[in-house]
Design a protein around this ligand. Structure first.
Ligand code: 5AD
Ligand code: SF4
Length: 487
């Protein structure tokens, strides 16, 4: 089985639940309260346990769910055994992601046998895709709640508490949860996600998202701004603006009728404080404008990093994928990024073995990795999803062994290019936001530079997570930079 380096692959969550690995002490210190109760014996309070899979948006949604459940007396636990309500926030993007969730549901049902009355709920994209099938055929769950129906959770949970099944999978054209203050479950107290839009109107032929998350809608710019200000007040120093396609963010102020676009939103959030870093994800090559690039260049605190998924380096395959750009258009956007921000890092998503892809077309994806000089990529082989345009129109005709061989070639090249990219940083000094102890040693800090590269460096003096420091890089591998503090 193919594996990607975990630290490099957000979609690794396909087979790796969040487990809400919160650093309790930092969180208690920063939020002034213990978020989790992890005791062995329940204290009588109603508890929920949640696992999240899929994209960052799903992780962000779980924090909205936690906030809504809090209002009806449920608080979080990381100990499934004491939970009254077990939730799984699911992803449908590839078949493997769904298989993982099915296995987890079996585990949850085992747990239910030892604590009868425990309710089990499926949230998110898989709930939306499979709807009542979960209740009728699989009989493994008590609740099925789609991504736009979380406000209904209190009613649905009450229904399940009465022993009935609760389901709501209505997709909305308006819901953005803009007034809900997320409960920061997985927080290091330094970095946080802010959801700025929901849904997707792009209809890439391989993708299930438009079916599971519905139509695109943008959140009130002022609610985004106040969430950013609130986070900054609480000590957070980095926010990532999230959406399936952030560059098509567009919100009309109902009073002035003025439209706020993504570049303008970025600027508004950047002005919260020089000390608040701004990141965003994901950009679509067809929509990213020079206005966005110039706004990034203008503000030091907007990070010089763009995730710009190419999917394929070949124009014919891109057309079959319905990406609405070709290789030349993509290259023009990458050139514009490097022209306007020479120090910007770019990362990508790449799919191998899409329907009818030839060896030569696969070579075009390889050459794109080298030419675009991606600092990293998330790489997948094509997984046909029921109901998508590609599933309806094209045969999934590349044999699995070829898909995987091509994927291996893509991964091997990307590793080389990432190493090259990182070695080019040796000798440079970067401003780094300290996030916490490095994974390997309590004697080292870890933090990211503007280009989203993780830098590990030995502790010195009296520093804390959330502070900015300057670090000179003296060595690197394909995933991490190693450095020393500079006075
Ligand atoms: N098969 C494989 N990868 C997919 N992605 C989306 N749909 C599929 C699919 N059917 C990848 C794309 C996308 C990322 C989130 O997941 O690269 O950008
Ligand atoms: Fe998975 Fe896409 Fe849904 Fe995110 S939006 S959870 S990546 S299917």
């Amino acid at each position: 089985m193919l594996k990607f380096a975990p630290q490099k692959c957000k979609y690794m969550y396909d087979n790796n639940p969040t487990l809400l690995s919160l650093d309790k002490e930092i969180n208690e210190a920063r939020q002034g309260e213990a978020l989790y109760f992890d005791g062995i014996i329940s204290d009588g309070q109603k508890r929920f346990y949640i696992e999240s899979y899929g994209c960052q948006m799903n992780f962000s949604d779980s924090e909205i769910v936690a906030s809504i459940l809090g209002e009806v007396g449920y608080s979080p636990t990381r100990n499934m055994e004491i939970a009254d309500l077990i939730l799984v926030n699911t992803c449908s993007i590839r078949e493997k992601a769904e298989d993982t969730v099915r296995k987890r549901l079996e585990v949850f049902n085992q747990q239910k046998k030892s604590k009868p009355g425990t309710m089990i709920g499926v949230l998110g994209c898989m709930a939306e895709r499979l709807k009542s099938k979960f209740l009728e055929e699989e009989k493994l769950v008590d609740l099925v709640v789609g991504p736009d129906a979380y406000r209904d959770l209190p009613n649905l949970v009450a229904t399940a508490e009465d022993g009935d099944k609760g389901i709501n999978v209505f997709l909305s054209r308006e819901e953005t949860y803009s007034d809900i203050s997320p409960l920061r479950l997985d927080s290091n107290g330094i970095t946080a996600f802010i959801s700025i839009m929901r849904g997707c109107d792009n209809m890439c032929s391989f993708c299930v998202v438009p079916f599971t998350r519905g139509r695109e809608r943008s959140r009130d710019a002022f609610s985004i701004l106040s969430e950013a200000e609130d986070l900054f007040q609480k000590g957070y120093r980095e926010v990532t603006l999230l959406g399936q396609n952030v560059d098509s963010y567009k919100w009309e102020n109902p009073e002035t009728k003025k439209i706020v676009n993504f570049a303008e939103l970025l600027e508004m959030v950047a002005l919260v404080s020089q000390d608040l870093r701004i990141r965003f994800s994901t950009s679509h090559p067809k929509d990213i404008t020079d206005q966005v690039l110039y706004t990034m260049a203008k503000h030091e605190n907007i990070c010089k990093y763009i995730h710009l998924p190419v999917q394929s380096g070949n124009s014919r395959v891109l057309e079959l994928m319905n990406r609405t750009y070709d290789r030349e258009w993509y290259m023009d956007r990458v050139s514009a990024i490097y022209r306007i921000m020479p120090d910007c890092a770019i990362s990508s998503d790449i799919i191998t073995g899409f329907c009818t892809e030839t060896e030569e077309e696969h070579q075009d994806s390889l050459s794109m990795i080298d030419w675009a000089n991606y600092s990293m990529s998330y790489m997948f082989f094509y997984s046909e999803r029921p109901g998508t345009l590609a599933a309806k129109k094209f045969a999934d005709d590349i044999p699995e062994n070829i898909k995987k061989r091509r994927l291996n070639e893509i991964i091997a090249l990307q590793n080389q290019v990432s190493l090259r990219h990182n070695l080019a940083d040796v000798g440079k000094t970067f401003k780094v936001l300290i996030e916490g102890n490095s994974k390997k040693s309590e004697n080292d800090w870890k933090g990211r530079n503007s280009q989203n590269k993780m830098i590990v460096f030995p502790k010195k003096g009296d520093l804390k997570p959330g502070e900015y420091v300057f670090v000179k890089v003296h060595n690197a591998n394909s995933a991490t930079l190693l450095g020393e503090l500079v006075n």
